[in-house]
Design a protein around this ligand. Structure first.
Ligand code: BG6
Length: 511
């Protein structure tokens, strides 16, 4: 990586503390940052650089993959962190920042390269970009990149406005929009498993696949984010971004070259093929929404969503949604993609299940046995791995057929300490690799899709179902699949009354 000065706007916030500082440290420890870099923390709060380095140290001690063991190395790392209190609406502060930056450029030989990370509310993105330019920070001869967090707008019109503001200052190629799911090891692995295995690609279509299920379930409620979440809801918070991104990874065609733009082109084609909902009734037939009421999990009583801090007590915001999505192209015609996400569900997990079509039920073994279809499951988090569910003869039996799992448990392997998504993304942005960032056309198309759902939900709210905190969401989400003759496959064996994966026989562990 070439040298650079990194600017963290929102340096006293949660994201910086939990993700960004630890990511810098891991990258440094792995030699990926080199020595030619500096980090400038920016926020309104007054703080000295010394205090800031202490904050960084605490965050690393609490959240980083690597522990600080070598004092000398730590001092070398920490000395590169500077803090400046900044009012982002006042251009004078940006001029001052530019003076500091010139000093850091020279001191660390960063070649004038500058990466601006906005860990801020999106309403502030426009002003910050404008003032970066006015303050002279974009005048060096190196590269200038802008990294921004989601949400990118609230709907298509607001996203367009925001994009317009950024584009006055930065070119599209220099805007890195984060979707942290794209930084997850197993989300990236979808592409590798699909395109690096001779036995998957020929089966990856509507001839052999019955349906695909994508689940992002969370046990947490809205925590301290009630104010933001009540305005956003599950559809905007998870659907428009993480879920559609995973769907694209599953459905895209193989790109002809391993170039970021070629990969993103293929993803965009998937979004263009999504069947748009025609009207409110179409949405209500294909999309289920829910909100958690009080309930319990592991013996703990949990409050209803409407009782959470900063949430409107009459709120109709969805904390759960499930949808039947169609990708109308030759590969996927007729294969439903079922997606679901929710807060206060029984387990924290992200899984993608590919259900293959079953063998015809009137031939050979299938005549006598009720066989389950083959499944290929990507476990994205917190467990990372892939397993393939197959049918095999139960050892010692007279032809009893049982499901077995070929299980590759990545997170079980000793010595694997998977990099955090933010490490990968920070590193990629610094190297100028935009593959795992979202391009403007992806964002815009994703909003067009989601906006139709939101518009239907605005018409009336009688389809909003309650589900008790700690349950698997509204019953109606089951209907989405049973209507098509399918069912949600159990997540880690947690769906009541269904296969318990712990009892599923494990065969060879692949390494
Ligand atoms: C964020 C959402 O983008 O993703 C949160 O805003 C959600 O509401 C989080 O909790 C989930 O991310 P992860 O990596 O914990 O699955």
């Amino acid at each position: 990586m070439s040298g650079a000065v990194f600017y963290i706007f929102g340096a006293t916030g949660d994201l910086a503390k939990r993700k960004l500082f630890p990511a810098f440290y891991s990258l440094y420890r792995e030699g990926k940052l080199g020595e030619n870099f500096a980090v400038v923390g920016l926020a309104r709060r007054p703080r000295t650089s010394e205090q800031f380095r202490d904050d960084v140290k605490h965050s690393i001690q609490e959240f980083a993959r690597y522990k600080i063991t070598d004092d000398e190395e730590w001092t070398r790392f920490a000395s590169r962190f500077e803090y400046m209190s900044l009012d982002i609406n006042n251009v004078a502060g940006f001029h001052e920042l530019n003076v500091l930056s010139t000093r850091l450029d020279e001191q660390y030989q960063t070649g004038g390269n500058r990466l601006f990370y906005l860990a801020l509310a999106p309403e502030l993105f426009g002003n910050v970009s404008y003032n970066l330019s006015e303050g002279g920070l974009l005048k060096t001869k190196g590269w200038h990149r802008l990294v921004i967090e989601k949400p990118f707008g609230y709907d298509l019109p607001s996203a367009e406005r925001l994009n317009g503001q950024l584009r006055q200052v930065f070119e599209e190629k220099d805007i890195y929009r984060i979707d942290h799911y794209l930084g997850k090891e197993m989300v990236q692995n979808i592409e590798f498993v699909r395109f690096a295995n001779a036995f998957f690609e020929p089966l990856w279509n509507n001839k052999y696949i019955a349906n695909i299920q994508i689940t992002l379930s969370e046990t947490v409620g809205v925590e301290e984010r009630g104010g933001y979440y009540d305005h956003s809801g599950a559809l905007r918070d998870m659907g428009q971004n993480h879920m559609l991104q995973m769907l694209m990874m599953m459905a895209m065609e193989p790109p002809s070259r391993l170039h970021p733009e070629d990969i993103r082109d293929e993803k965009v084609k998937v979004l263009r093929s999504l069947r748009l909902f025609e009207d409110g009734d179409d949405v209500r037939t294909n999309v289920v929404r829910g909100q958690y009421s009080s309930g319990s999990s592991k013996g703990k009583t949990l409050p209803a969503y409407r009782e959470e801090d900063s949430v409107n007590p009459q709120s109709t915001t969805e904390t759960y949604f499930a949808a039947r999505v169609h990708v109308d192209n030759f590969r996927w015609a007729g294969v439903p993609f079922y997606i679901r996400t929710g807060k206060r569900l029984p387990v924290k997990t992200t899984e993608v299940v590919v259900e293959f079509k079953n063998i015809p039920n009137n031939v050979y073994l299938a005549k006598k046995h009720d066989m389950e279809p083959n499944l290929l499951v990507f476990r994205v988090n917190p467990m990372e791995g892939i397993y393939l569910k197959m049918n095999a003869k139960q050892p010692g039996s007279e032809g009893v057929i049982v499901p077995v799992a070929m299980d590759f448990c990545q997170s079980c392997q000793i010595g694997i300490n998977t990099p955090e998504a933010y490490e990968r993304l920070l590193y990629d942005a610094a190297r100028g690799d935009s593959t795992y960032f979202t391009r403007w056309d992806e964002v815009a198309l994703a909003w067009s899709y989601v906006d139709r759902i939101a518009a239907a939900w605005n018409e009336k709210t009688d389809d909003l179902k309650e589900y008790p905190a700690g349950s698997w969401g509204p019953e109606e989400a089951t209907r989405l699949l049973t209507d098509d003759g399918f069912k949600w496959w159990p997540i880690n064996g947690q769906n009541e009354g269904e296969v318990d994966w712990e009892t599923v026989q494990k065969t060879t562990v692949l390494t």
